[in-house]
Design a protein. Sequence first.
Length: 235
Amino acid sequence: MPYEWKTRIRFSETGGDMCLTLPGLLDYFQDTAPFHAEDLDIGVHYLSPMGMAWFLAAWQITVYRYPQYYETVVIGTLPYRFRGSVGCRNFYLKTEDGELLAVADSVWTLMNVTEGRMVKPPEKVMQRFVTEERLAMDYKGRHIALPERMEEREAFVVRNQHLDGNGHVNNGQFVRMALEYLPADASVRELRVEYKQQLRQGQLVLPRVGELPDGRVVTLETKENGICAVVAFTL
């Protein structure tokens, strides 16, 4: 059975059109996975003492409608596959009446953060995460192809405000960085993100931007590690 919780769209989560922003939607989905795990007693409080943590490897989010300020919404998630250290999880956003507003697919990897290696989930995790049939959506896969021509943009430095509790740039912050390279009036109907490397405070980020037939793609890179994330927008 999917895990769900209900809330209202807050004013602080909306943009100039008084609708939920894409980063706000991303935060809802990103927070729902650990909520689910904590309620099953296999979340951060369980994994952290063992030096383990789930890291997001890829997003695909399709938006049908951005809900308005003060609208009541239901956020849901369901794991649908585990293979070794990799887990796949769907998300959805809907109204109280059942109107489907957005769906998402995600790929996560369980890591031993001390040793920097992938590990298999403990037996307790596998027992409590009951897999469901995955949602119906147009699955496009984890890897994002880049256009031949990519334009370099001005470099910037990772700030403390970009970091999360793991000490590196939060998954949602990568998307916020990439959104800076879209037209001001752009409406994103699909987001795909491929995470390749971590970013830490003080690193110099080298963005590049390319055009897609139906949108735009942004890579966030460093001289040391190359591409750290690929963010593709369908507009």
